[in-house]
Design a protein around this ligand. Structure first.
Ligand SMILES: [Zn+2]
Length: 296
């Protein structure tokens, strides 16, 4: 039976949220701190950030659990709190979910690599992703979102673990633009990502981070003909430039929202923002979606 979320995806464009890190940094999160710790220590701040996205028009917000695998938390001395921090992250988002809204349990990379001497094995990755995705699923999230993946083997482990929960699973990889096309940091090509992730059982897939809306459009036009699954695209607000030691993104909310409109015209089914995007960006995308629906 299709989930409520997948029924919603069939009805037309779905709007995800924007960046989370920048909102928490604005509230005092320091460089190097684990953002997941705030799910427990400052849940009201995390809730406010999710609420700001729902209020701006997001249909879906992603939990503040990007670095919530045991392998990743271990690097901050927080491995023993894996379950608690993921559960608190799910609760923070679920507590502000409006009746028509959805919460995606967010899963990011472990920071470990596969396929090199001394690297982690596929089974170790599977274990760490099983732990995180089962806690998120038990906490009541509507779907699982594997994102910002740059190693296809790791993404495959995360998706394989996530589909075991029975929830819909989305996966987005991060690509860089090279003279010979789009590649992940580990050298995976978009077409290989599509076929392997489809085989692993995703309900939707796509790309997020690093690329701005214009590069994403080029990537989208190369992958749209290759899959019938819904495509999720979450660009960055252009490229970061350092101003007084702070990353400032080059694309403003209006230009970004226009770019996202072109992504919808180019066949994206689900859209949102990644680094450098805020509730203001989401508000403008929401009005672009209204225009898109009127002209459809
Ligand atoms: Zn990003």
């Amino acid at each position: 039976m299709p989930s409520e979320f997948m029924k919603r995806v069939k009805q037309g464009p779905v709007l995800f949220d924007g960046g989370m890190g920048s909102l928490l940094i604005a509230q005092g999160l320091a460089m190097g701190d684990a953002p997941e710790l705030w799910n427990f220590e400052k849940p009201e701040t995390v809730r406010d950030a999710h609420r700001a996205y729902f209020d701006a028009g997001s249909d879906v917000v992603a939990t503040n659990t990007f670095g919530g695998t045991r392998l990743k938390l271990d690097a901050k001395g927080l491995a023993g709190r894996t379950e608690e921090l993921n559960r608190a992250g799910a609760e923070a988002a679920l507590s502000v979910r409006p009746p028509a809204g959805f919460v995606a349990g967010d899963v990011g990379p472990t920071g470990k690599v596969t396929g090199l001497p001394g690297a982690v094995s596929f089974d170790m990755l599977l274990d760490t992703f099983r732990e995180q995705t089962s806690v998120l699923a038990d906490s009541g999230v509507d779907l699982l979102l594997i994102e910002t993946m740059y190693d296809l083997e790791e993404a495959r482990a995360a998706v394989s673990a996530a589909v075991e929960t029975g929830l819909p699973v989305g996966a987005t990889m991060t690509f860089e633009r090279k003279p010979r096309g789009f590649f992940t940091l580990m050298g995976n090509r978009p077409e290989d990502c599509l076929s392997m992730l489809e085989e692993a059982g995703v309900s939707l897939l796509g790309a997020n981070c690093t690329l701005g809306p214009e590069d994403m459009l080029d990537l989208l036009s190369s992958i749209r003909p290759r899959t019938s699954l819904p495509l999720l695209v979450q660009p960055n607000a252009g490229q970061p430039v350092l101003v007084d030691g702070q990353a400032v993104y080059s694309t403003g909310p209006g230009t970004f929202a226009h770019g996202v409109r072109r992504l919808l015209d180019g066949g994206a089914d689900l859209v949102g923002g990644c680094c450098g995007t805020t509730p203001e960006f989401i508000r403008l995308i929401r009005s672009e979606i209204e225009g898109y629906l009127e002209n459809r």
